[in-house]
Design a binder for this molecule. Structure first.
Ligand SMILES: CC(C)(COP(=O)(O)OP(=O)(O)OC[C@H]1O[C@@H](n2cnc3c(N)ncnc32)[C@H](O)[C@@H]1OP(=O)(O)O)[C@@H](O)C(=O)NCCC(=O)NCCS
Length: 170
């Protein structure tokens, strides 16, 4: 599997981040932010904003990820966003594994969660195969074309992550 590394996003990355977010290949699957929201996520300690780079190559930017709730007293942290420009090459799986490691090992979270649009079969398949459990659906909660799409809430708990580590799945 391709390895990935994460480095903190800098303000000088934000033009690129915004262009990736508004790329028609990504737009159907996310709700893009204003540049100022990204700036906030870089500056505020409750969030972590990272650029994803390939481990083996130079410093080419492949995508970005955002955590929210890092100061949450419930130790429940959200994977707010993951967007990777190269698709279908295994980078998403490598990145989700790295993010779980960061959440459970480094941030010591109790619950790591996310939501995904029901139309986003690719991301759902990835999260489910990486051990995320579906918690429920927020019905018709986001605009999609002329209608609405539902959000599927998925999560993993620390004991579930530990069990996967013990089984060699992480
Ligand atoms: C979602 C995303 C991060 C996944 O990354 P990726 O590098 O494309 O995914 P991978 O190549 O690692 O594939 C992981 C798994 O996804 C599933 N998958 C990949 N492409 C798929 C497709 N077209 N349809 C259904 N499932 C698919 C497969 O289960 C695959 O695992 P496998 O190849 O071992 O069977 C990336 O495609 C992306 O940035 N998409 C646009 C933004 C987005 O949807 N973000 C998530 C919002 S919740």
């Amino acid at each position: 599997m391709n390895g990935v590394r994460l480095r903190p996003t800098m303000l000088s990355d934000l033009d690129w981040v915004v262009s990736v977010e508004t790329d028609p290949a990504n737009l159907p699957f996310i709700t893009p932010w204003e540049r100022t929201q990204h700036e906030g996520a870089i500056r505020f300690p409750d969030s972590r904003h990272f650029i994803v780079e390939a481990q083996a190559q130079g410093d080419e930017r492949l995508g970005f990820v955002i955590f929210q709730g890092c100061r949450n007293p419930n130790r429940s942290v959200e994977l707010k966003r993951i967007v990777l420009q190269p698709k279908g090459q295994g980078l998403g799986r490598a990145c989700v594994r790295r993010l779980k490691q960061m959440a459970f090992r480094d941030l010591k979270v109790h619950r790591f969660w996310l939501d995904v649009k029901s139309l986003n079969q690719r991301a759902q398949a990835l999260y489910a195969s990486e051990g995320f459990v579906e918690e429920g659906r927020l019905r018709e909660s986001v605009r999609a074309g002329d209608g609405y799409d539902s959000l599927i809430v998925m999560s993993m708990l620390d004991r579930e992550y530990d069990a996967r580590v013990a089984l060699g799945l992480e």
